[in-house]
Design a protein around this ligand. Structure first.
Ligand SMILES: [Zn+2]
Length: 258
């Protein structure tokens, strides 16, 4: 083998995953997904807010093989979608992905809506338990209540999406073996930076929660690449090691049994 051919080693592709993106909300979906592809974002979970957004995400997934749809009823839609939990049961496959589901007492201040949220959340977790589904959880302003309910179900893979709740709940989250998924807010939030330092990399995932904006810049799946770099920097660990572990976490949860 001469020197020249020794340089043409097979390329090792570095892969990333976005485990939480509202793909149905982008008008320029093609450009968003092309940028993700170019950045080696291999998989994107398209979470849904209700049945129609799940159907839209399913259509997107038929066209783009990097997209994996998740079915959910967001707590913001609980009171108007209370009848739809049975449809979720009919649609979700065995070992499917459920999200975005949970409780929200931060943006939803009207306490009349909290009871429907609770009913929908419990009904969906019952379905997830029965179908052995993974769950992607919203817990804004209701973190303690959310954990209480999650702990009453037997669900293998629980992903706390963009958890920003009290720090004193962290040991409980860790003991339960839940995954924490970080958004680009990690670049500027000292609270999230502290969480990353405290939780083992084997429980870390990355997400854009796009098209949510971070400091006025719209989030999209390609952003998870910089997130992995930031996690490596915060943990003072090798970038490649972090990238591999975080990607493998994603594969373990969402792909191994698909
Ligand atoms: Zn979301």
């Amino acid at each position: 083998m001469n020197k020249k051919s020794a340089l043409t080693l097979p390329e090792v592709v570095t892969m990333y995953a976005d485990n939480h993106c509202h793909l149905h909300e982008y008008e320029d979906i093609l450009e968003v997904l092309l940028r993700a592809k170019a950045a080696n974002v291999e998989y994107i979970i398209g979470v849904s807010m209700d049945i129609p957004s799940f159907q839209k995400t399913t259509e997107i997934a038929k066209q783009y093989d990097t997209v994996i749809p998740a079915i959910g009823i967001h707590p913001w839609n609980a009171s108007k979608c209370i009848q739809d939990t049975e449809k979720v049961r009919e649609i979700i496959p065995y070992r499917g992905i459920m999200g975005e589901i949970g409780l929200d007492h931060h943006f939803i201040k009207n306490e009349d809506e909290w009871d429907p949220q609770l009913k929908v959340f419990k009904a969906l977790l019952g379905i997830a338990e029965e179908k052995e589904a993974s769950v992607i959880i919203h817990s804004k302003g209701a973190e303690n209540e959310t954990l209480n309910i999650l702990e009453s179900f037997n669900i293998k893979y629980v992903i706390l999406h963009w958890y920003q709740g009290p720090e004193n709940l962290l040991p409980r989250i860790i003991d339960n073996g839940y995954f924490m998924s970080f958004t680009p807010a990690l670049h500027y939030s000292p609270k999230l930076q502290n969480f990353v330092k405290r939780i083992d990399t084997s429980r870390i995932l990355t997400e854009s929660d796009g098209p949510v904006a971070y400091r006025k810049k719209r989030g999209e799946p390609a952003d998870v690449v910089d997130l992995v770099d930031k996690i490596a920097q915060l943990k003072s660990q090798d970038k490649v090691e972090i990238q591999r572990t975080v990607f493998n976490n994603f594969v373990e949860i969402f792909c191994a049994h698909a």
